[in-house]
Ligand binder design. Sequence first.
Ligand code: FB9
Length: 290
Amino acid sequence: LTFVFSGDWKDLEFKEYNFSAKGQPVGGGSLHPLLKVRQQIKMIFLQMGFEEMPTNNFVESSFWNFDALFQPQQHPARDSHDTFFLQVPSTTKMLPEDYVERVKHVHEFGGYGSRGYGYEWKREEANKNLLRTHTTAVSSRMLYSLAQKNFVPKKYFSIDRVFRNEAVDRTHLAEFHQIEGLVCDRNLSLGHLIGVLNDFFSRLGMSKLKFKPAYNPYTEPSMEIFSYHEGLEKWVEIGNSGMFRPEMLRPMGLPADVRVIAWGLSLERPTMILYGVDNIRDLFGPKVRT
Ligand SMILES: COC[C@@H]1[C@H](c2ccc(C#Cc3ccccc3)cc2)[C@@H]2CN(C(=O)Nc3ccc(OC4CC4)cc3)C[C@@H](O)[C@@H](O)CN12
């Protein structure tokens, strides 16, 4: 009753109050599918003895994101139509100078058996700040810090957001979550990489794997990873992998017999398939069905 009724309410007929009415359904909250799959994959890495890398810096220098990975400064991935460069702060100053000199030298002249690229490497290009385009930038920082101490073998992983200045479509947004694993030890081979990949993906329910030669600027050899998806009845590309090149590892100061095998995949693709989402935008916004 409100003041509008004043005294008229006496002449009105009200229905009986239903004290057993259930009321509006409350409904419980639920974890976002991406977070559920991220937690599942994090548990797989931890059970395999991997340690999580610190990924809490979306802003990175071109040096750690590209140059340290032996990715040449004229590589198309370094164009602003593929990469988000920052205007403020536009450049980084804090780089380990002795290491920068070794990176410059390996780009220009090679070394460790490599011919290098033979171009004039520019420091101002390496200083440019950007939103990291892959979590391999975090891997390069971790491997560099590993090389500053007496060498011990390590297994690292990361699962976090990366940013690409690309056209968005049904299956691509300007950002996605990259999952990356790496094993750093003496005398690792491609066989070790294939073994780790079979172990990792089998824990995700993907057993039949196939590998196809591929190219990455920072790994040699490189392999695309495919798995036969029973539900979709077709081979699905499930990631990329390779062995980090000596031109990346040796300037860091890692011993000559240390090898690093690594692989990557996205978090969105498995989540979309596991949750039957066919448009990546349906993973975000109010229409998420769980
Ligand atoms: C710009 O796009 C890159 C992204 C993303 C990707 C690709 C490569 C890497 C890498 C790497 C790397 C290589 C060497 C050393 C270190 C890291 C990381 C993410 C996925 C990688 N891909 C991908 O995730 N596919 C995928 C993964 C799991 C999956 O599970 C389903 C339950 C069955 C299904 C699909 C492969 C493709 O989707 C590809 O078209 C899209 N790729």
